[in-house]
Design a protein around this ligand. Structure first.
Ligand SMILES: [Zn+2]
Length: 221
């Protein structure tokens, strides 16, 4: 575990933080992929949990949701616009334009459907964080924002990792996994307008240099 903000830790991943899962108090944010099962369960052993909250329902964020919620007997929360995907009434691959090989890989990351016990909408509070709807990458994508110290858990609104080299670098999520890149750019600006002090993305290390983030936002089309 690595402390990434006051009272917020990121579960360890070797050699790089590729599929991020955060824990703040008793709330777990995101559930990686089914391939992360041993890594995640080992680190959660002995940790009290009262809720699993997803930033969005994509295979690399919901993979272990069903397993964790059943094993730990905790409720699952996600935004109202992603409930159909989480509960299995809609297939995420119908809206993601991925090629057959990527589809096969991502399908193997995907965990089973699970009932959403807590359906989130804009402005609700989750473990001290405020729900900010940020669609574009996923329709039910949210930023969890803590107003007291401006910590943003942003899912895949931005990434801080090159998918080619693995090195840190702020970028938009890849178009092929994003149903509406222009809409996601509006969500990036929404994130910037929150004035975050640190951004905790779904992929890559924490973004702590806000001048670099601001430059990235200003250069967006
Ligand atoms: Zn992702």
């Amino acid at each position: 575990m690595k402390r990434v903000a006051d009272g917020v830790e990121r579960l360890a991943q070797f050699p790089l933080p590729i599929f991020n899962v955060y824990i703040a108090g008793e709330v777990l944010f995101d559930a990686a992929s089914t391939w992360d099962r041993r890594r995640i369960l080992r680190q959660l052993r002995g940790r009290p949990l009262s809720l699993l909250a997803l930033t969005h329902v994509h295979p690399d964020h919901q993979g272990l949701a069903d397993l964790i919620c059943r094993e730990r007997d905790i409720p699952l929360a996600c935004h109202t616009d992603d409930v159909d995907f989480m509960e299995g009434r809609k297939d995420i691959f119908d809206v993601m334009a991925v090629n057959p090989i990527l589809k096969r890989i991502q399908q193997s990351w995907t965990g089973p459907p699970h009932r959403v016990d807590r359906v989130l909408t804009e402005g609700e509070e989750v473990g001290g964080f405020r729900v900010v709807h940020a669609p574009g990458h996923a329709s039910g994508e949210v930023i969890y924002f803590r107003d007291s110290d401006r910590v943003a858990i942003c899912g895949d609104v931005i990434r801080n990792m090159s998918y080619v080299t693995g090195f840190p670098g702020i970028g938009q999520p890849p178009d092929r996994f994003t149903y509406d890149p222009a809409e996601n750019r509006r969500s990036i600006r929404k994130l910037a307008d929150l004035g975050p002090s640190v951004i905790l993305p779904g992929h890559g290390p924490a973004v702590t240099d806000m001048r670099t983030f601001r430059k990235f936002v200003d250069a967006l089309p």
